[in-house]
Design a binder for this molecule. Sequence first.
Ligand code: COI
Length: 354
Amino acid sequence: MELLTDILVRRTNHSKLTEVDFTALEFGKHISDHMLVCDYSDGEWHAPHIVPFGNLVASPSMLALHYGQTVFEGMKAFRMEDGGINIFRMEKHYKRFVRSLERMCMPVVPKEIFVEGLSRLVELDEAWIPTQPGTALYLRPFMFASEARFGLKVADEYRFIIFTGPVPALFGHTIKVKVETNYIRAARGGTGFAKCGGNYGGSFFPTLQAKKEGYDAVLWTDAAENKYIEESGSMNIMFVINDTLVTPPISDSILDGVTRDSLLTLARDLAYKTEERPVSVQELEDAFAKGTITEAFGAGTAAVVAPIGTIHINGVDHSIPAYTKTSISTRLKYRMERLRTGKEEDKFGWNHIV
Ligand code: COI
């Protein structure tokens, strides 16, 4: 393989930057000018290159379209207070990408390509990094089976791509969620911990039903008994019960969220009590009856911290009191935003300065 310092860059002649209203961003709408592309074939990775963002030419028999070998990551880059650029928790995202690829029988993208590719791309499109509070440049590395062949098999050819786009937080308001006890997202031994496309496609139908009923998202329960809360599909879930930050433990049916880990670390640093343990639906109902649940929020790269105002359980809407400046979730979010924009010390070594 050629040296990565040789990443070939072909710049666009038609930047779309001026078409974007940075004061009214929508999640997932705008894509920055360039993308990184890197192919795998004949058992090896070829030289990555950066080109103008554009459509792909693909065979209708491309294996990813039929058998679902496709994995992605979601990360964020920030403009630092001193003008620098920070890619947040690159290492942890890379490790999770590797775990997802291995579960889906896909070759691992070398770390050098992942790290250098992201750094170069973000540097090139740095004008796309938004600066309004709560916004970020979202980074979407992903990989799919590109081999043109329809026999049921593990593909021999893959394409790794990274594109980016300016985003606000996924939800701009306090959300309503529904505890889902009929459909499931992931079962023990399945792919729930992997960030593979099928996990998301499979969750659309129940989520759409919940949306029709007025909820923003579902809270998945375990596949065996529908008794324990798992996660929310696009976010992990955290509760404050009896003044303790409680979240279900990572398992093979729950995504190992980077924001989840960051918030737990910050909470411990702020001397809050934290517990990673199973949370049953019954425990939530009891906590609502006793008034001991004071906060619930989603935690995810796209969502950041998404405060929950209503949790629907077995036909009943339970309300959570309004969030304030002193809520644990508000404080954790504030701390995280300051840390990743360089307004406070990066004491955990999470910032990768480009
Ligand atoms: C993220 O938080 O980055 C995700 O991947 C969730 C998403 C599919 C919006």
